[in-house]
Design a protein around this ligand. Sequence first.
Ligand SMILES: Nc1nc2c(ncn2[C@@H]2O[C@H](COP(=O)(O)OP(=O)(O)OP(=O)(O)O)[C@@H](O)[C@H]2O)c(=O)[nH]1
Ligand SMILES: [Mg+2]
Length: 368
Amino acid sequence: MLNILMVGNGQCGNRIIDAVNKQAFGGKTKFAKFYSKQKFKSRVETIVVNTAINDLKELKHTKGKDRIHIPHLHGVGANRNVGKSVFTENKDLIMRQIEDRGSFDVGFVVTSASGGTGSSFTPMLIRELKERYDFPVYAIVVLPFREEGTLYLQNAAFCLRDMRDSGADGIILADNQFLKQLGGDIESAYNGINDMIAERVLFLLDALDSDMMMVTDLGDFKTVMDGGAGLATIGFYRADKDVPVKTAIQKALSPSGLLFSTNVYDEASRAMIIIKGDKSYLSIDDISNEVEKLSTAVGHVFKGIIVRNGEYPQVLAVLTLESASELEKLYSIAVDAIQYEREKKARVEDKKEVDKAFSQLNGLEPHY
Ligand SMILES: Nc1nc2c(ncn2[C@@H]2O[C@H](COP(=O)(O)OP(=O)(O)OP(=O)(O)O)[C@@H](O)[C@H]2O)c(=O)[nH]1
Ligand SMILES: [Mg+2]
């Protein structure tokens, strides 16, 4: 049995953990968390942290004891500098909550890259965890819609750099912009994306702690995550009808299955593919052929197989990336955004001229 820590920071991180709890408690209603047990084989501790009380209140499937409110009522307004100092002031409170929950084999910390709270807390929290404990810690990071504005773009760029410097054992990317294809209004797009991430995380946890026909375990996961440039993403496909396993694997690796835009055959560096389903779908030859195609392009591919009687095939692919051209594009627009903000600040400094105009009134009173 594995001991797994999952922390979600800021609104986006909180909501994704809430989606994990929703699926883990099998929760159709918000009361499921009180009556049912999480459907994990592992011991999974979920914790959500936020500076905005309203973001925490809005959660439905996460127990009250798992919600940590850092006094700073309305968030930090996308200001990562404020976020960093609020984290430092409240570090002991957060670390105590984690310490109280015993020991862990692996940790995941979830956040958006572009807000203020989660994007500043997460690299600092990972650094603390790495200093105190020796379990691997992975970040799951959500990238912004590109049209969300200059502050979010610059935050995303600096957050990812801090994340790299934090000692995180890997960064799993999910991209709102790429996943926008799901359509719908913003609220349902968020929920759809959060559910996608939650479903993949739950599948991964199941696979790391399963008696598989052919085993992949935490050790393999670590090796996969060690490959590449410290960045990774996840692909997934769940068939809802009779689909050959070969097709299911291809779909998991195609853009419609991935959380981040990449051509896996060009950019992936190592991979782990886990196939779950009824025995009738698990032809070793078909699976091996498909996996071989990927390993020819990528190098090493771990494969795992889980038998689930009566289930259509499901495929999860964890892929570390050697390069990420989509991220390079994001950085180039982020640099423009940073320059834009800097120039604006300079212009505002000039506007201090306005103060000079007002100062002409010094010592004068209105006369009527
Ligand atoms: N996928 C997804 N993205 C979200 C969600 N909520 C917010 N985001 C994205 O997250 C970014 C904003 O970050 P938040 O997580 O809201 O910010 P925060 O960490 O709470 O920080 P502050 O509110 O600034 O204190 C934007 O890019 C949003 O598009 C969500 O539920 N799902
Ligand atoms: Mg917030």
